[in-house]
Design a protein around this ligand. Structure first.
Ligand SMILES: Cc1ncc(COP(=O)(O)O)c(C=O)c1O
Length: 422
């Protein structure tokens, strides 16, 4: 049926068809059990089918599935907006709006940033992933498969190198670079775009699709200073890094710089399509009545799930869960790095952890082939892994944070074995 009726462009990573999922495990339609280190690409931080979330979803579904917030209003939209304003960093008045997908949240953040500042230009980063719509595909920095043949792209977008210290875009080394990547902004302003024309800088606190790259804290501080100096809004795209993935509810809580706007999605809705923009109140308020919205935006069933997700994650100390994964995984991955020359880098924050594979550690030539083979080997042993990175040579961990210690260890055993096999 897939081959006959579904376009091949709708990609899949592994030939597995799910029947049911629980926690961090999946059973396929043939009865095979898999451990899942992909979590629906970072959507299932709370695990598959969390019983309390399912209960809330059922309760809401029995009342009404949809009303359209732009026609008949419903309370859980307001409650979720309030909750998101409370739990996001920033000691200032905020407001929040819900939409359906990560890309849609980013689109709305950019719309509001332009409306508020009266400026048109947006700065994004090389290696970024912000979505697949025209604007977010433009903000995204991976040509194949995401952009190839889909141009022309949206105007008003400029790219800067992301501080990817393992492969410094300037060939420098962190200890002595003097934060050259931040200094390059002044060149951009001289040669490419006036800072007074820039509405916003959008950045992933940990680059997701780009390969789980954590920028140096000093870079972010410098970015904050640049934004303050020129009245540019700072947008943290937390769509992949949010909801305790990095050990805090939002990864930008590590920054010491408070973003003006946050986009969130994925694990917010525990699997139901939901995203949000949370921003300084005056930013979203700059758009006039009717300028923001959408038929399905802030679906009541998804909102019910999200309210429960936030409650459970705070109650059940999901920060501890991410930190436990960090501690156990880094110990094992460090040992694997000592064993296997093809592991060039082990990095991450909290449970947002990745391994970068190279042909050798001196040339650092990307080893995409190894990643594909490791993913296949792991799959044959019951572990679901996914790749990342502009060069496709990174394996990233997005396992549900509810994974048990035993499951985590089992998964890491399979990973080690899969690397050994090649
Ligand atoms: C950081 C980031 N932004 C935006 C998106 C786009 O989200 P969606 O696929 O829900 O449109 C993603 C998806 O992976 C993402 O990781």
């Amino acid at each position: 049926m897939r081959e006959a009726y579904v376009p091949k462009a709708v990609f899949y990573t592994l030939p597995v068809v799910i029947d049911r999922g629980e926690g961090a495990a999946v059973q396929d339609v043939d009865g095979n059990i898999f451990l899942d280190f992909a979590g629906g690409i970072g959507v299932l931080n709370i695990g598959y089918s969390h019983p309390e979330v399912v209960e809330e979803v059922k309760k809401q579904a029995e009342k009404f599935l949809h009303a359209s917030i732009n026609v008949i209003q419903y309370e859980n939209y307001f409650k979720l907006a309030k909750r998101l304003c409370e739990v996001t960093p920033g000691d200032f008045q905020k407001s929040a709006m819900m939409v359906n997908s990560g890309a849609e949240a980013v689109e709305n953040a950019v719309k509001a940033a332009r409306r508020f500042t009266g400026r048109t230009e947006i700065i994004a980063f090389e290696g970024a992933f912000h979505g697949r719509t025209l604007l977010t595909m433009t903000l995204t920095s991976k040509v194949k498969p995401y952009k190839y043949g889909f141009g022309p792209f949206a105007p008003g977008v400029h790219k800067m190198p992301y501080p990817y210290c393992y492969r410094c875009p300037y060939g420098l080394c962190r200890e002595t670079c003097g934060l050259h990547c931040a200094k390059r902004f002044e060149d951009l302003f001289l040669q490419e775009v006036a800072p007074e024309d820039i509405a916003a800088i959008i950045i992933e606190p940990v680059q997701g699709e780009g390969g789980f790259i954590v920028p140096p804290d000093d870079f972010i501080k410098e970015l904050g200073r640049i934004c303050d100096r020129y009245g540019i809004l700072l947008i943290a795209d937390e769509i992949q890094s949010g909801f305790y993935r990095t050990g805090k509810l939002f990864a930008c809580e590590y920054w010491g710089v408070v973003p003006d706007m946050i986009t969130t999605a994925k694990s917010l809705g525990a699997g139901l399509p939901l995203s949000a923009v949370v921003a300084r109140k005056e930013i979203l308020d700059s758009a006039e009545f009717g300028q923001l919205g959408g038929t399905y935006s802030g679906n009541p069933v998804a909102n019910a799930a999200a309210l429960k997700v936030i409650e459970i994650m705070q109650r059940d100390d999901f920060d501890d869960k991410a930190n436990m994964i960090n501690k156990l995984a880094f110990e094992r991955l460090g040992a694997m790095k000592n064993r296997f020359e093809i592991i060039g880098d082990v990095r991450g924050r909290g449970a947002m952890i990745a391994l970068e594979f190279v042909k050798d550690r001196v040339s650092k030539e990307a080893n995409k082939d190894a990643v594909q083979k490791i993913i296949r080997n792991a799959f044959a042993q019951g572990l679901i892994l996914i790749s990342a990175g502009v060069r496709g040579n990174v394996i990233r961990f997005l396992m549900p944070l509810v994974i048990t210690e035993e499951q985590l260890m089992k998964g890491l055993d399979i990973l080690e074995n899969s690397i050994e096999q090649i």
